[in-house]
Design a protein. Structure first.
Length: 216
C-alpha cells in the first residue's frame, strides 16, 4: 500500500511538472532581433526614456534594458513586425536603408547559426598550449605567455571567410552586398571567440604541463 501511495505521488508530481513545462512552452513570445543578427525571445516589452530604451522580460523571467540603437526589429507573437531601425538622415549615404539593413541582419544571423570556424578553436589551442613552452625555453615566467595567443587572436579577428565561399553557400542572398558584409562581420566575431576559447584551454594545459615537467 505504501509503495502504491509513493508511486502515485511521484506520478502526480511528474504530471504537474509536465503541465508546467507545457504551459511555459505554450506562452506566446515575441522575438527581438539585434543588428548583429542575434535574437532572443522576450515578453512584456515596453519603451522607456522617451523611446530610447526597450525594457523587456527575457526567457529566464528577468527584466532587461537595451538601447533601441542596437535593435533592428521585434517580431510579435501574432506575426506582426515592428521595425525599430531607422536610417540616419544626418549624413546622406552614410547609413543603410531598412531593406539593406535587413539583409545585413540576415547575413549576421546565418553566420551566427551556421558558421562554425573549428580551425580558429584548434589554432587557438595549439598556440595557447605551445606558448608556455616557448616562453619557458628562454627563461621567462610561463604566465607571461598569454601575450602570444592574445596576438594570435588579434590576427584571427581581422580575417573573414572569402566571398567566394559565401557565394557558393548562399548563391541568391549573396547577391546583396549587405548580406555578405553582415555575414563577414559575424564570422569575424565567431572566429575571435573560438580563438579565445581555444587559447584559454591551451594556455591552462601548457602552463600546467610546464610546471609538472619542471617539478620532476
Amino acid at each position: 500500500m505504501k509503495i502504491f501511495i509513493r508511486f502515485t505521488l511521484v506520478l502526480l508530481g511528474l504530471c504537474f511538472s509536465l503541465l508546467s513545462v507545457a504551459q511555459e512552452t505554450g506562452t506566446a513570445k515575441d522575438t527581438l532581433w539585434y543588428l548583429n543578427g542575434d535574437y532572443e525571445l522576450i515578453s512584456d516589452f515596453q519603451f522607456v526614456e522617451d523611446g530610447q530604451i526597450l525594457n523587456y522580460v527575457n526567457h529566464k523571467g528577468k527584466h532587461r534594458d537595451v538601447e533601441v540603437y542596437y535593435i533592428y526589429k521585434i517580431v510579435k507573437s501574432d506575426g506582426s513586425t515592428k521595425i525599430l531601425y531607422a536610417p540616419s538622415m544626418q549624413e546622406e549615404g552614410d547609413t543603410l536603408t531598412v531593406e539593406e539593413m535587413g539583409y545585413f541582419v540576415n547575413g549576421g544571423h546565418k553566420a551566427n547559426t551556421e558558421y562554425k570556424a573549428p580551425l580558429s578553436t584548434i589554432e587557438g589551442f595549439v598556440v595557447g598550449a605551445g606558448s608556455p613552452f616557448l616562453v619557458a625555453s628562454v627563461g621567462l615566467n610561463p604566465f607571461i605567455s598569454i601575450i602570444i595567443p592574445a596576438a594570435n587572436t588579434t590576427v584571427v579577428g581581422v580575417t573573414s571567410p572569402r566571398e567566394r565561399k559565401i557565394i557558393e553557400r548562399y548563391p541568391e542572398l549573396s547577391k546583396q552586398p549587405t548580406f555578405v558584409e553582415g555575414y563577414r562581420q559575424s564570422a569575424k566575431r565567431k572566429r575571435t571567440k573560438n580563438s579565445i576559447k581555444g587559447s584559454i584551454v591551451g594556455l591552462v594545459a601548457g602552463i600546467t604541463a610546464v610546471f609538472i615537467i619542471s617539478a620532476q
